[in-house]
Design a protein around this ligand. Structure first.
Ligand code: HEM
Length: 451
């Protein structure tokens, strides 16, 4: 029987050339080839021949309708797989389903609502510290803030406790994920990858110790909910295995949320009219604690965040491995092939989002979203049974921080900095978004209220 051909591969510098071009700008890499070859093509990315799939139809195939053709764990470049080993993202089959069930109660519904006061108090404390500083790198400031929040909520770290040591270990860990370090995963002490691996081992020891201690006590943070959920599963994971999950949540829980929030602040600075509308809406919150219900009632902020997710998704895509060969768009992709599904390529497709390079929150008004073909067009948090488990947590935290920033503070970009995107471990502006920062005066706030 006639077998369709393999997906096309652009000729040129196919090996190193693809990895370098992809590493510099994965979106441009994908869109250039998508325009020439369509929604599936081959590239040599991060050390292996890879079928790249892009666009809503291709993503529906990978993430939903034909997901049984794929597994996640073995699809990741070796170095990234080693650094995230044990995390839910690396699990497949029954273990993935069971682990997801274990983690879900700590990241949804009433648990989220109960986290809001900690999110708000921690944000206020950090924002006031930024006022004292006057100038800061917003991305670093937000990473500190989200890390502090995640460690309180996940591990019950006391408010205001010094999380500096763990924070430093995390910085070493994420540095090892950047650029081409994970492609040559040498576990020797003087390489960034080796240092990242050592930092991971040290953090896992610390997290296991915290879990063993917490097994003897009670609480209402995410770790207490995980331990409760483990009891309900009967034969749940060991403290070591649970530590790997909790460690990944701490990583996922702060790195990408600070990315999303940083780009939202940057886009609002670039668009004063949108900033005004967002401020006006945040002002309508008045004083009083920010409950989950109240921040969910900020429709313009919601649109700003959706458009930020579209234009600046923290992750450019994700990996799979083919376990059952398939045909898509007239091409044959064999068993064993690695697949990369492209998030930012899908978001940059003008067929789904006209004028994709423009920041236009209005695309996401409920009316506009109803007319548009958005299903699997917006996939910043993935989709289907492996979609992001922390989406609610991340979006709630971003809203709490942005609502406070908009209502009570001013930030302005410092000159002479590069805003070029860096893609790993999650998207950030090259110079970390340096800003001047101050509290808005009572007069400014009043003026807005009466305007
Ligand atoms: C803006 C913030 C975030 C973004 C953009 C994001 C994005 C994603 C994406 C795209 C995936 C799917 C990857 C795939 O298909 O292979 C994913 C999975 C996951 N995310 Fe997030 N994430 C964010 C925040 C969080 C937070 C705050 C947590 C937890 C506290 C979290 C926990 C997870 C977990 C556990 C998975 C694995 C799900 C599975 O494999 O079943 N994420 N995330």
């Amino acid at each position: 029987m006639h077998q369709p051909p393999l997906p096309p591969h652009a000729s040129g510098v196919p090996w190193v050339g693809d990895s370098v071009e992809f590493g510099r700008n994965p979106q441009r890499f994908v869109l250039k080839r998508q325009a020439r070859f369509g929604p599936v093509f081959m590239g040599h990315i991060l050390g292996a021949s890879t079928a790249v799939m892009v666009g809503p139809q291709a993503l529906r195939f990978v993430l939903s309708s034909h997901r049984h053709h794929f597994v996640s764990g073995p699809g990741w470049p070796r170095g990234l797989g080693m650094l995230m080993s044990g995390a839910l993202m690396m699990k497949d089959g029954d273990i993935q389903t069971r682990t997801r069930r274990l983690l879900a109660p700590a990241l949804a519904g009433s648990a989220l609502a109960s986290y809001t006061p900690v999110m708000e108090a921690t944000a206020r404390r950090h924002l006031e510290r930024w006022v004292q500083q006057g100038r800061l790198s917003l991305y670093d400031g937000l990473k500190g803030l989200t890390f502090d929040t995640a460690s309180q909520l996940l591990f019950g770290t006391p408010e205001g406790a010094d999380t500096g040591r763990l924070g430093k270990l995390f910085a070493t860990y994420t540095a090892g994920m950047q650029g081409l370090h994970p492609v040559v995963p040498l576990r020797v002490p003087f390489t960034p990858f080796g240092r990242a691996f050592a930092a991971r081992s040290e953090m896992l020891k610390e997290v296991t110790r915290i879990i063993q201690e917490r097994e003897k006590s009670t609480g209402s943070d995410a770790l207490a909910r995980l331990l409760e959920s483990r009891k309900e599963q009967g034969e749940g994971p060991s403290a070591d295995a649970l530590a790997e999950q909790a460690f990944f949540l701490l990583f996922a829980g702060h790195e990408s949320t600070s990315s999303l929030t940083t780009w939202a602040c940057l886009e609002l600075s670039r668009h004063p009219d949108l900033l005004d509308s967002a401020r006006e809406e945040a002002q309508s919150l008045g004083e009083g604690p920010l409950t989950m219900e109240r921040v969910e009632r900020l429709p313009f902020l919601e649109q700003v965040l959706l458009e930020t997710e579209r234009l600046h998704p923290p992750f450019s895509g994700s990996f799979r491995q083919v376990v059952k060969s398939f045909e898509f768009n007239g091409f044959h992709v064999p068993e064993g092939c690695r697949v990369f599904y492209s998030i930012n390529g899908t978001h940059g497709d003008p067929a789904t989002f006209p004028e994709p390079e423009r920041f236009t929150p209005g695309r996401f008004t409920p009316e506009a979203a109803r007319c548009a073909r958005h299903e699997l067009g917006l996939v910043g948090f993935g989709a289907g049974p492996r979609s992001c488990l922390g989406m609610g947590f991340a979006r709630l935290q971003a809203k709490v921080v942005l609502a406070l920033l908009l209502r009570d503070y001013e930030w302005s970009l410092q000159p002479k900095q590069s805003l070029d995107p860096v893609y790993l471990p999650s998207l950030f502006p090259k110079d970390h978004l340096r800003v001047s920062f101050r509290r808005r005066s009572a007069q400014e706030t009043r003026h807005r209220e009466t305007a």
